[in-house]
Design a protein around this ligand. Structure first.
Ligand SMILES: Cc1ncc(COP(=O)(O)O)c(C=O)c1O
Length: 470
């Protein structure tokens, strides 16, 4: 695990004074000092409160220069207008906002169709706060389905396990921990850089609730080979009778493959794929936080997990961890579906991919690095320092150097078994244009040239390296 002290932020906060002062242009009598860690007794003017927070968040990074995040940092003005008009909608109030509820339902059908569901009208799905919530729901459905099957045959249900690669996003570690399912990690290695049929077959047994391929790995952007894994599980079933379902974590790939790799078979075209999640706020191009999960057929979501909320005098099935949550993002998703259509999504994702491929090639041509991926799956690529290039600096130093120009590019170790390899990753999103990419290359070359000019090694403290979390 990366080095992290749970109370570090708290300790750093305590080094600050208990009170701070307000800009004299805003201050009113009695407001000279504002307590930092307790609520003040008196109120203040809206402009004053605004100014205080506005000034403090100026220290945050510039979201557009954040090449670490997968999450949307720019939407066009018409979308922002719609957002501002709908921030007051609570997604759970289906009776009060029936059209928002209807639009959510419509988005589910659109996604089911995009992911080649044999019968989009017989699927069931929900919007969530992000892929994390969607993954929790997907995992829970797998667990309950497995339990129901085992009970039917009088078999024990106390030792469920779930299989994924060690390169899964932290949400799956959380799922296993919170819902008491044994995580069976198939460790990635030089020879097996992602989950593959061999690894899956070595890990599954009668207690496996499901296998979770990652469709667009967080570390490198690679697609895990879903069709080959499904085929291996088909053969395994023919031999053993075990019917092990697949949930696809398509947090990023779910909005890329339908447009850029439409012939790649990874979705509901494979009968073993029972559910798929995606982040609306990643390549769905919506501001945070929005996710989706769709089950192949209504029967794939155990009935007892469904709650019903009031809707137009009747009731509507829901499955969610939250009760209240914003509805505006769902409207923004539908806005994108209408506004962009398939052609528009293709253009946006193709442009991001072209930028990713341009950058990965430029970075390769610099001679100091080796690529792990080049952006041809999702528009994300990763690289490492070429063996023997230097012992004076590492990728954490390069990351800090780029920060001087404003760019936020994370460096981090690969998962267990490959943790000695440090990589850097760039996520190309809509809005990171070719122009910005060329300017980034200029800064990257300047940073590397500076680091290469050092005549001795930069001292390192692991407290400051390995700081990035997935
Ligand atoms: C593969 C994968 N799964 C799940 C998540 C969690 O998604 P969210 O941030 O939408 O909760 C991520 C986020 O990067 C991811 O890459």
């Amino acid at each position: 695990m990366p080095h992290w002290h749970p109370r570090r932020t708290q300790i750093e906060q305590r080094m600050l004074s208990n009170e701070f002062s307000i800009n004299p242009l805003f201050v009113r009598k009695g407001e000279e000092a504002v307590p930092r860690f307790r609520m003040r007794d008196q109120s203040m003017l809206p402009e004053t409160a605004y100014q205080i927070i506005h000034d403090e968040i100026a220290l945050d990074g510039n979201a557009r220069l954040n090449l670490a995040t997968f999450v949307t940092t720019w939407m066009e003005p018409a979308a922002e207008r719609l957002y501002a008009q709908s921030v007051d909608k609570n997604m759970i109030d289906k009776d009060e906002y029936p059209q928002t509820a209807a639009i959510e339902e419509r988005c589910v059908r659109i996604l089911a169709d995009l992911w080649n569901s044999p019968d989009p009208h017989n699927t069931i799905g929900v919007s969530t706060t992000g892929s994390s919530e969607a993954c929790m729901l997907g995992g829970l459905a797998l667990k309950r389905r497995w339990q129901n099957e085992r009970k039917k045959h009088g078999k024990p249900i106390d030792r469920p396990n779930i299989v994924f690669s060690s390169a899964v996003q932290v949400v799956w570690e959380k799922f296993a921990n919170y819902w008491e399912v044994e995580p069976r990690y198939v460790n990635i290695s030089q020879d097996h850089p992602h989950l593959d049929p061999e690894g899956v077959l070595s890990a599954v047994d009668e207690n496996t609730i499901g296998v979770v391929p990652i469709f667009g790995e967080t570390y490198t952007g690679i697609y895990e080979p879903v069709a080959a894994i499904a085929k291996a599980l088909d053969e395994h079933q023919a031999k053993t009778g075990l019917d092990i379902p697949i949930h696809i974590d398509a947090a990023s790939g779910g909005f890329i493959a339908p447009f850029l790799q439409p012939d790649l078979v990874w979705d509901f075209r494979l009968p073993r794929v029972k559910s798929i999640n995606v982040s609306g706020h990643k390549y769905g191009l919506v501001y945070p936080g929005l996710g989706w999960i769709i089950w192949r057929e209504v029967e794939d979501l155990p009935e007892e997990l469904i709650f019903r909320v009031s809707y137009l005098g009747g009731n509507m099935p829901t499955f969610a961890l939250n009760f209240s949550r914003p509805g505006a993002q769902v409207l923004l998703q539908y806005y994108n579906f209408l506004r962009l259509g398939k052609d528009g999504y293709y253009e946006v994702q193709k442009t991001s991919q072209a930028v990713a491929q341009f950058l990965s090639k430029e970075i390769l041509d610099m001679g100091a690095f080796e690529l792990l991926t080049d952006g041809s799956d999702i528009p994300v690529f990763a690289w490492k320092l070429k063996e023997g290039h230097t012992s004076n600096w590492n990728l954490y130093d390069l990351s800090r150097q780029l920060r001087i120009f404003g760019w936020q590019v994370p460096a981090y170790p690969l998962p267990p078994d490959m943790e000695e390899v440090t990589i850097m990753r760039i996520v190309v999103r809509n809005g990171f244009s070719m122009d910005l990419a060329q300017l980034f290359m200029l800064n990257l070359k300047q940073a590397v040239s500076y680091l290469d000019s050092l005549d001795g090694p930069i001292p390192h403290d692991t407290k400051y390296d390995n700081g990035f979390h997935h």
